[in-house]
Design a binder for this molecule. Structure first.
Ligand code: MG
Length: 184
């Protein structure tokens, strides 16, 4: 039996590591999310490099709110895949029921991390479903990615917003204008 006298404490590093591990285990690599960022941002910043996209995806993934959303969403996908949820949630998730929108609501907590401009990016990438998103939407193999597809799109959208904010700051520094304090 667990000793209930030990105070609850969860190491941040453990949460971060679990996030990275779960994404990898579900077949999503950082580079693939960075490719979505490139799709979203290359028309605005033709010089944008893949390294910058990866760096911004990693910055998004380092935030605890984002980690919490990733852990929650992937856990629900896994339980649905294993048939372990109560009915009717089990059927709703296993069939990616169109009237179930909690996957998108959870993703919004990621989109929000760098402000409201993320919503436009999220809507765009969700319609287009390029690259990894197309694969995550393929329901033929009995794999449930009901939450994961929205989560991945949201991470890319948030990373794009981060880039937009950073580029604006760089521009203001170049112009010698006073800048607002930098975001994490
Ligand atoms: Mg979904």
């Amino acid at each position: 039996m667990a000793d209930t006298n030990i105070p609850y404490s969860l190491n941040s590093k453990k949460v971060a590591e679990a996030t990275w591990r779960l994404l990898e285990e579900r077949g999503v690599h950082t580079e693939e999310i960075a490719e979505l960022v490139m799709v979203l941002q290359k028309k605005y910043y033709p010089d944008l490099s893949m390294e910058e996209c990866i760096e911004n995806v990693e910055a998004v993934l380092s935030k605890r709110e984002v980690q919490n959303a990733v852990l929650t969403g992937i856990q629900l996908d896994i339980l649905a895949e294993q048939g372990k949820l109560l009915s009717p949630l089990q059927e709703l998730l296993a069939n990616d029921e169109s009237l179930y929108g909690v996957d998108e609501i959870l993703a919004f907590s990621i989109v929000n991390v760098y402000g409201s401009i993320g919503f436009t990016n999220y809507g765009y990438i969700d319609k287009l479903k390029p690259g990894v998103l197309e694969r995550l939407n393929d329901k033929s193999e009995g794999i449930v990615n009901t939450f994961l597809d929205d989560i991945v799109g949201a991470i890319a959208a948030a990373a794009s917003s981060r880039i937009a904010h950073r580029k604006q700051e760089d521009h203001e520094i170049e112009e010698g204008e006073p800048t607002a304090p930098e975001q994490e």
